[in-house]
Ligand binder design. Structure first.
Ligand SMILES: Nc1ncnc2c1ncn2[C@@H]1O[C@H](COP(=O)(O)OP(=O)(O)OP(=O)(O)O)[C@@H](O)[C@H]1O
Ligand SMILES: [Mg+2]
Length: 411
């Protein structure tokens, strides 16, 4: 299929997609190289096809998404990339899309920020049977990232991301609420989440923090803009990329994110779980995105004993261990520990909401509250006597940054 890669109303390049696989076969004329996705290089007017394909593939639902195999079978579609083609690659997290040759589609007529979208794909992703006739593929669900079951819904006129949790504890939706409250108390820019129940199953709900003018560029893409030398740490490389691009106030943001992730023992802050916002028309950097997706934390998949021992807690995106990552923090001056004095009540109340007791027992709740309080005490102690590290080594760096897969674990 011949089409144009579009960035909102700007024609970026003419491309050709393979009809069977949805792969980008060819990049023809590049009209607006500055509008190519961040991290896609261009040399002498020729855009790098492999890296554009990487970007395009990352745009589709990951193959590791909970329930995606069954959904594809039901829809009789071979790959998630083909789903992408069916909705012109439109998303609610950025402004890229593809315009097939010979159609007169316009951004204003088809974007999901202003136009409504179908519930059909979301219904199937949530386990419904396929409608017999007139199935409508136009949905931002075809481009949503992440492994947890999720869908976009228009609720009271607002575009909202509705996201489940992983079995057996289905804890992520509650964790999002707890994490957002902790961030509110600490004055950290964040996406607020609430819990919604549907047929006895908890889901987190948050509003789209992207608008028709802005877009989210995940840290992963920012990291592609410079070559990483082996002796440069992952953390330093991210800072270098941001500096080269002119993104400001990165260190204070990372300080806050690292401290939050330490307190809640977040295990999945990979490089697509934080990012930068820019204006999609002027390409001006607006700043770091409010913190989202903090659900894979608070021992979400662990038993009470494991939560207390903290033995198997992993850390991302910079260091493998939270204690090591915490050493990257430049300043603790912004933290007012007193603001967290009600954290136990917050945890107990959130996990007692609705039918939460079906998934959460007192022993786990107590183990979570005890470890969070212990971690807050550790942060307070560290803040008292802190001397920032001057040179950041590559020791304990995260080597491979991949999202947590919630399928059965191989041991
Ligand atoms: N409120 C939001 N507004 C706009 N885009 C969002 C919002 N929340 C999430 N996203 C986008 O959707 C993607 C998937 O959401 P999210 O990270 O919450 O899902 P997840 O399944 O928990 O991911 P993971 O695989 O990291 O566990 C994010 O990486 C981000 O690009
Ligand atoms: Mg995520």
């Amino acid at each position: 299929m011949k089409c144009s890669l579009m960035h909102k109303r700007v024609k970026v390049a003419d491309i050709e997609l393979d009809d069977a696989s949805g792969f980008i076969k060819k990049i023809n004329t590049v009209y607006a190289p500055e509008h190519l996705p961040i991290g896609v290089s261009i040399k002498k007017g020729v855009a790098d096809r492999a890296s554009l394909n990487d970007w395009w593939t990352e745009r589709s639902i990951p193959a590791s998404r909970s329930g995606i195999r069954e959904a594809l079978e039901l829809l009789d579609i071979t790959s998630t990339k083909m789903l992408l083609v069916r909705c012109y690659g439109l998303s609610l997290s950025d402004q890229y899309w593809i315009c097939p040759e010979g159609t007169n589609l316009t951004w204003d007529n088809i974007n999901f920020f202003e136009n409504s979208f179908s519930d059909d794909v979301g219904d199937v992703l949530f386990g419904a049977k396929k409608k017999d006739n007139a199935f409508d593929f136009s949905s931002p669900d075809n481009t949503s990232d992440g492994n947890l079951k999720k869908r976009w819904k228009i609720i009271a006129g607002k575009r909202c991301l509705v996201k489940g949790g992983s079995t057996p504890f289905r804890q992520q939706p509650f964790n999002e609420v707890i994490a957002s409250k902790i961030m509110e108390w600490l004055g950290i820019s964040h996406v607020p989440y609430t819990v919604m129940w549907n047929q006895g199953i908890p889901y987190s709900v948050c509003e789209d923090f992207i608008t028709g003018e802005t877009e989210l560029i995940p840290a992963w893409r920012i990291m592609q803009t410079l070559k990483k030398e082996n002796d440069i740490s992952v953390y330093q490389h991210f800072l270098n990329c941001c500096e080269a691009l002119g993104i400001k106030e990165v260190i204070p943001y990372l300080d806050r994110m690292i401290v939050l992730d330490y307190i809640i023992a977040n295990e999945d802050r990979h490089l697509n779980n934080f990012g930068v916002i820019r204006n999609a028309e002027t390409l001006e950097w607006i700043g770091m995105a409010p913190i989202y997706d903090s659900g894979s934390s608070l021992g979400y998949d662990k038993l009470a004993g494991q939560i207390r021992s903290e033995r198997d807690i992993t850390c991302k995106p910079f260091k493998k261990y939270h204690e090591e990552q915490l050493k990257l923090v430049s300043s603790f001056e912004w933290i007012d520990i007193e603001k967290l004095s009600n954290v136990r009540a917050l945890i107990m109340e959130t996990f007692s909401e609705g039918s939460a007791s079906e998934y959460m027992d007192e022993t786990r709740m107590k183990a979570i509250a005890d470890t969070v309080e212990k971690r807050i005490r550790n942060v307070a102690e560290m803040a008292m006597s802190y001397i920032p590290v001057q040179t950041i080594s590559t020791e304990y760096d995260v080597e491979k940054d991949i999202a947590e897969d919630y399928g059965p674990k191989m041991v």
